[in-house]
Write a protein that binds this ligand. Structure first.
Ligand code: ZN
Ligand code: ZN
Length: 377
């Protein structure tokens, strides 16, 4: 599927100012925001596309790269493994956009509707857990009705009184030109009443903090920076309004054997000089817990790469295909040799004199000799 032009997506010209782009994004993002289009995958996809477009166009560097090269500027290319701005980066940059745009507009809607705040939960997983997927139980802070005041917020028998500013309506009206603007009462924040004698346990909030256990499933193949949204698991809303969402930001810890790049795994495996010279089978670790086997041909050098197809990370739905395991050999020089071994090695060297058995050394030293000869003159 070919990607849509970022400018066309936002409906702005290529010479639009930053402010125009922000305005256009804001308008469209509000229209397609998942909270306004629950259970609507096409709106969510559109929202994602818009956010991706805005993430590029709001940044001067990314925008000029996009203007010059189009989408190709952000595709993962050869030798540019970290320069990409594909689907993965979307999640990590999303929080910035969030703060930038939704910080105010969501905050605004929170105040008027009483919708609970979105929560962010940072979760660390090991590479093994990222490989297999994980079911985790997390504790998140949430609020429950205060038991001392039964959620009223008032101490003892005193009952709350109707707010004097709005007369209990929770809203106030103001005339502005031809329009009558209705807004949340600033005195009681829309509650319609005021607590005269606040409950000591909950300070008049009527709610108390309590941890809630929540089970979360982390999909196999998860990458650092990917965000999992649990709709409605955020903070409770005020006065029965809808709760916020919970966002789980996943960070995959570094592994002591494997280096991960996207779906691919890399592992350096030491081999003895005899295996390197004579060839042989070497067992290598894989993340599925089994032993992989690679066949080392005779005369293998350090840095030689072998690939075990499909032994990398499993595919993460919607993000990538599964990866491979890349093994790099590292020929290890033996230490703590016995007297006998030293003799054998000397004998070994004498035996090979005159024949071309170390092509790299010979090539290197003949070039070095040329340099020494030149410097002599
Ligand atoms: Zn209370
Ligand atoms: Zn009021």
């Amino acid at each position: 599927m070919s990607k849509s032009d970022y400018y066309e997506l936002l409906g702005v010209g290529r010479d639009s100012s930053d402010a125009d782009i922000k305005k256009a994004y804001r308008k469209k993002a509000m229209q397609f925001h998942p909270d306004k289009n629950p259970n609507n995958p096409s709106a969510e996809a559109k929202f994602k596309e818009l956010s991706e477009a805005y993430d590029v166009l709001r940044d001067d560097n990314k925008r000029s790269a996009y203007d010059r090269y189009g989408h190709a500027a952000f595709e993962q290319g050869m030798g540019q493994s970290h320069g990409g701005n594909s689907a993965f980066d979307f999640a990590s940059s999303f929080s910035d956009i969030f703060g930038d745009i939704f910080g105010d507009f969501m905050g605004g809607s929170n105040q008027s509707s009483g919708r609970g705040a979105d929560l962010r939960y940072n979760m660390e997983v090991t590479l093994e857990e990222a490989y297999k997927g994980k079911k985790a139980t997390i504790k998140i802070p949430t609020s429950v009705a205060c038991s001392d005041c039964n959620g009223t917020g008032s101490e003892g028998k005193s009952s709350p009184q109707a707010c004097r500013m709005c007369n209990g309506a929770g809203k106030v009206r103001a005339q502005q030109g031809f329009f009558t603007i209705e807004r949340t009462c600033p005195q009681c924040q829309g509650a319609g009443y005021q607590i005269i004698n606040p409950c000591k346990k909950c300070s008049g909030n009527g709610r108390l903090r309590k941890d809630k256990a929540l089970s979360v499933s982390i999909p196999a193949g998860i990458e650092s920076g990917v965000r999992i949204r649990l709709s409605g698991e955020g903070e409770a809303g005020m006065r029965g309004s809808s709760p916020g969402d919970l966002y789980i930001f996943v960070n995959v810890k570094q592994h002591n054997l494997f280096l991960r790049e996207g779906p691919h795994l890399f592992c350096k495996v030491p081999i003895s000089i005899t295996t390197a010279a004579l060839g042989g089978n070497v067992e290598v670790p894989t993340l599925e817990g089994k032993r992989g086997k690679i066949n080392i041909p005779a005369g293998t050098q350090s840095g030689k790469q072998f690939r075990l197809r499909g032994k990398g990370m499993p595919p993460l739905k919607g993000h990538n295909l599964g990866g491979d395991l890349h093994i790099e050999t590292h020929v290890e020089t033996p230490v703590n040799l016995s007297k006998k071994q030293k003799e054998l090695l000397k004998e070994f060297e004498n035996e090979g004199k005159g024949s071309s058995q170390n092509p790299q050394s010979e090539g290197f030293f003949s070039k070095a000799k040329e340099l020494w000869d030149e410097l002599k003159d």
